[in-house]
Design a protein around this ligand. Structure first.
Ligand code: PMT
Length: 401
């Protein structure tokens, strides 16, 4: 697909084993029609040769802030003005720290300060470096300032450890760029997404809940935002962060989620119910911690929670209502029943179970509309979210793929 023709990408490459992956990224970007200029940090040069980047991009690789040769041709100001996007992949902990603090001590960090175009970073580092409060604080600051984050991914690391810190694959970075700029398929649309579990209290210290991590819902919210929509995310308790620009409302119980959804649901907006809402809650919540009292058994009376999806449909406020269906067997059959019963425009069916669907980075879904079924292969939740958003946009235009 040559949909990047005319797009100018300034690619920053930082030091780290993942630097070799930039070569694939350049190849994919140029295949898609983009023009790429590469800027490498000094440590990136220790891992891959600037000549390789030059051969792949077809443009001379820039490495020095004070490059007499380059200053005559394209200086750092011109280079930043030339670009439609600054993509930093892989982005080290060091560049993130410099970006957060506004330190401009090499070409790449200077370009970041000069750039007035969207900036996308794809972090890659050891899992402890990523988890360090200093890195997390820097990332939060950058997110708040509008920097787009893609990844990092979970998996085995070059150092032999396992965890979050691998750079995203080229395909995923391209999908993020596509969603953000090339198509802007949901521009001017308002989207409300629910995500995560709900917690139904028993007493001040206990609750009933489920294994939802919020990853699928957050991925849906981010994909919608990258596609140009104005997004509100109503989230149950999770440990996830949100892209800047997404309005996030934190709730605990199903009733709180319903109240937030009804308050926030925009007229004519798109509603995406990804949350794993508890179907039942305890009828009477104890005001003090429940005591064991030597009981061998205990019976809790549960009452049905409101169905948020159905309430949104009944309100008539949404132009499109999308549900998710989590099933352990006969997924498509049960999901289709829910689509019809709840009068939805679309339902995304996923099989859940041990290591499947819930609390995993990966998922496999079937998107079901009133007259179509689209099976999306096993993939990362962020990629699936992009594909689902594309299907929603196509459905709104009556051009279901
Ligand atoms: O959060 P993750 O760990 O990433 O996992 C993702 C997921 C498995 C939770 C997600 O992909 C998913 O399937 N979400 C829906 C889970 C679910 O509750 O399915 P359900 O079949 O019970 O409900 C069907 C639909 O009705 C859902 O859109 C749900 O949000 C909605 N619902 C359910 C009950 C209720 N009281 N109100 C609702 O709105």
């Amino acid at each position: 697909m040559q949909d990047f023709v005319g797009k100018k990408i300034l690619l920053g490459v930082c030091g780290g084993v993942a630097a070799y992956k930039s070569a694939y990224l350049i190849r994919e970007l140029t295949r898609a029609g983009a023009e790429v200029n590469v800027v490498m940090t000094q440590s990136a040069k220790e891992f891959v040769s600037p000549l390789l980047m030059q051969a792949l991009s077809g443009n001379s690789t820039r490495t020095d802030l004070f490059d007499a040769q380059a200053e005559r041709a394209m200086g750092h100001i011109e280079l930043a003005r030339w670009a439609d996007y600054l993509v930093i992949a892989p982005a080290s902990a060091n560049i993130l720290a410099k970006m957060a603090q506004g330190i401009a001590d090499d070409l790449l960090s200077t370009l970041y300060l000069v750039a007035e175009v969207p900036v996308m970073v794809c972090p890659a580092m050891n899992r402890s470096m990523w988890a360090h409060p200093a890195t997390q604080a820097n990332c939060k600051l950058l997110r708040d300032r509008g920097v787009i984050f893609v990844g990092p991914e979970e998996g085995s690391q070059a150092c032999g450890e396992q965890g979050l810190g691998r750079v995203s694959e080229a395909e995923q970075i391209l999908s993020a760029l596509r969603l953000h700029d090339v198509h802007q398929i949901l521009q001017d649309k308002k989207v409300l997404v629910t995500a995560g579990p709900t917690r139904e209290p028993l007493d001040p210290v206990r609750y009933i809940s489920n294994y939802s991590s919020g990853k699928m819902g957050y991925a849906m919210a981010e994909a919608a935002a990258m596609a140009g929509a104005q997004v509100t995310l109503v989230s149950g308790p999770t440990s996830l962060q949100t892209l800047s620009g997404i309005k996030r409302i934190q709730v605990e119980s199903a009733q709180e989620m319903l109240a937030a959804v009804m308050q926030e649901m925009p007229e004519g907006g798109i509603f995406i119910g990804t949350a794993a809402v508890a179907d039942y809650r305890v009828e009477s919540v104890a005001s003090e911690k429940m005591k064991k009292k030597n009981l061998e058994e205990m019976t809790l009376k549960l009452v049905k929670n409101p169905d948020i999806l159905s309430r949104v449909v009944q309100s008539g406020r949404a132009s499109c209502v999308v549900g998710f269906a989590a099933e352990t067997t006969d997924v498509v059959h049960y999901a289709t029943e829910k689509l019809q019963h709840k009068q939805l425009d679309m339902i995304v069916a996923n099989t859940v179970g041990k290591g499947l669907g819930f609390d995993s980075d990966m998922n496999q879904v079937t998107v079901i509309t009133k007259n179509k079924q689209i099976e999306l292969p096993f993939n990362h939740k962020t990629r699936l979210a992009g594909q689902i958003i594309a299907i929603i946009a196509a459905t709104l235009q009556n051009v279901v793929p």
